[in-house]
Write a protein that binds this ligand. Structure first.
Ligand code: AMP
Length: 289
């Protein structure tokens, strides 16, 4: 595996590989790799000739009061994990390499940002879309792999790829969880031990919601109350949002039918966690996938 730190060198390598008709699988991350990232890498390894992993903690997608400075980082460990998973290239640019001067152009996301993390984190998805545009132009992937843990991001990236005509296939990958159900996240290390115990209820509340919908409940507010009450009674966390929307459109629902997402964000003392469950709901009772 080669570590590359400059855009120019990465582009030169990719152009060489493309001239040999190699397919390129790309996994963009912010590092501090865990099983979730490695699952994306494994998928990319299966589907492509060449696998590129990027590690870049993108300042543009963090708000001024968010955890950019304390975001966990461990490059040496990431490097050996990426190597073990068979990545061919690790693209690891500095902030100065990615943003050498104040930007004269940036990408603004117009749809799906007035809800969920887009609403709580103003500018977050503009930062994500801007960095991905730069990364896509650098790595020029055939396929790009994104986790459904960030389901709103998957929907936004689908819009970016379509609207900007990137010749890239977007591959969404299922959420990887700890044994007790907590969605794997680099940020989990910043939970206090008691918060880590409490955080189990996030996924528990989503599965209870799913079971309740399977039992016939179709009122979004009833389900939101159920999830919120479970989180309030079993954690000290502060609920940022608990919402149900159509997926991937992210539109409000009067009744739960059709593909939908139940998504939540909860702030603990040093870390804000997100989780979600995507359901196929049909009108019949029990009709949930
Ligand atoms: P991050 O490093 O948090 O920006 O994540 C990089 C990629 O890994 C994103 O596409 C995430 O959605 C994905 N990812 C992070 N955690 C998980 C997880 N637990 N399961 C599946 N994918 C994940």
């Amino acid at each position: 595996m080669r570590v590359i730190t400059t855009i120019q060198e990465m582009q030169t390598e990719i152009i060489k590989l493309k001239s040999q008709s190699k397919s390129i699988g790309f996994v963009p991350t912010m590092g501090f790799l865990h099983e979730g990232h490695l699952t994306l890498l494994k998928r990319a390894r299966l589907d492509n000739d060449i696998v590129v992993l990027s590690i870049f903690v993108n300042p543009l997608q963090f708000g001024p009061t968010e955890d950019f400075a304390t975001y966990p980082r461990d490059f040496a460990k990431d490097q050996s994990l990426a190597e073990c998973e068979g990545a061919d290239f690790l693209f690891y640019p500095s902030v100065e390499e990615m943003y050498p001067h104040s930007s004269s152009v940036s990408v603004v996301v117009n749809e799906r940002t007035d809800v969920l993390c887009g609403k709580s984190r103003p500018g977050h998805f503009d930062g994500v879309a801007t960095v991905l545009t730069k990364l896509f132009n650098t790595v020029m992937p055939t396929r790009a792999y994104f986790g459904k843990k960030d389901a709103q991001q998957v929907a936004v990236v689908a819009g970016l790829i379509t609207d900007f005509n990137f010749p890239i296939e977007l591959i969404p990958v299922d959420i990887v969880r700890e044994e007790d159900g907590l969605a794997k996240s680099s940020r989990n290390v910043n939970l206090l031990p008691e918060e880590r115990r409490q955080a189990v209820v996030l996924y528990k509340s989503l599965t209870t919601a799913k079971e309740t919908i399977e039992g016939g409940e179709r009122n979004p507010q009833t389900i939101k109350n159920l999830v919120s009450n479970m989180i309030r009674s079993e954690t000290n966390g502060l609920i940022d949002y608990v919402e149900i929307y159509s997926y991937p459109q992210l539109k409000a629902l009067e009744n739960i039918d059709g593909p939908c997402i139940i998504a939540l964000a909860v702030k603990f003392s040093k870390v804000r966690l997100i989780d979600n469950i995507i359901l196929e709901v049909s009108k019949e009772i029990g009709g949930v996938k």
